[in-house]
Design a protein around this ligand. Structure first.
Ligand code: GSH
Length: 200
């Protein structure tokens, strides 16, 4: 099996952290790709041209990081996504919030780095407000993921790492001790260190 990744993609990083934590790096080969290169193998795997994307022997390819993580999680125990009950929805909701935080941060960066064009104040303010509200909500619920080792906690830590990488002016740590504690805890793990984005 192959996992198409880029080293700067936070969505791919979520899958890569999970692969390492679940001891599956020998079963799934990471193939570094630049989504804009659109090689035939990559586009056959994901016609949308986005990473991460995954090939599987004798089965359909998988795209979209939540789906890929769900599949990876079935390959070894213990599960990082609870199979049922309220814990499952808690973990998947935290992943959705974290992915949404990444979506807004990516959109903001595209807006502020557009060549030959002033960023739209309306969109940048809208994206920054959404980022700030999502961070405040996660901080207010940080007792729920506290010391958790599951996909929700991974997704939040990856989103915070992406803010450091692409939007350090957000100063997300200010007044958010719960999120800072979560991030510091993950920053110590080999899975997190090995998948850190390159220095920008
Ligand atoms: N919802 C997707 C988002 C994937 C995504 O947007 N990946 C970015 C890299 S961070 C990408 O490949 N962008 C290339 C493009 O949009 O053309 C996921 O969770 O996997």
């Amino acid at each position: 099996m192959k996992l198409y990744i880029s080293t700067t993609s936070p969505y791919a990083r979520k899958c890569r952290v999970l692969l390492r934590e679940k001891g599956l790096t020998a079963r799934i080969e990471e193939v570094e790709t630049h989504p804009f290169d659109s090689t035939a193998d990559f586009i056959d795997t994901n016609p949308l041209g986005k990473v991460p994307a995954m090939t599987r022997e004798g089965a359909t390819p998988l795209i979209d990081s939540p789906l890929i993580c769900e599949f990876i999680d079935t390959l070894s125990e213990p599960r990082w996504i609870p199979k049922s009950g309220p814990a499952r929805w808690r973990v998947l909701r935290f992943q959705a919030l974290a992915d949404g935080l990444i979506d807004l941060t990516v959109a903001r960066r595209i807006e502020v780095t557009k060549p030959d064009c002033e960023p739209s104040k309306f969109w940048v303010e809208r994206q920054e407000s959404g980022i700030s509200r999502a961070l405040d909500l996660l901080e207010s619920e940080s007792d729920k993921f506290g010391g958790a080792v599951d996909l929700g906690a991974v997704a939040i830590a990856v989103a915070l790492g992406y803010l450091d990488f692409r939007y350090p002016e957000s100063e997300w740590r200010q007044g958010r001790e719960g999120l800072q504690a979560l991030f510091d805890r993950w920053a110590e793990r080999a899975s997190f260190q090995e998948t850190a984005p390159p220095a920008s």
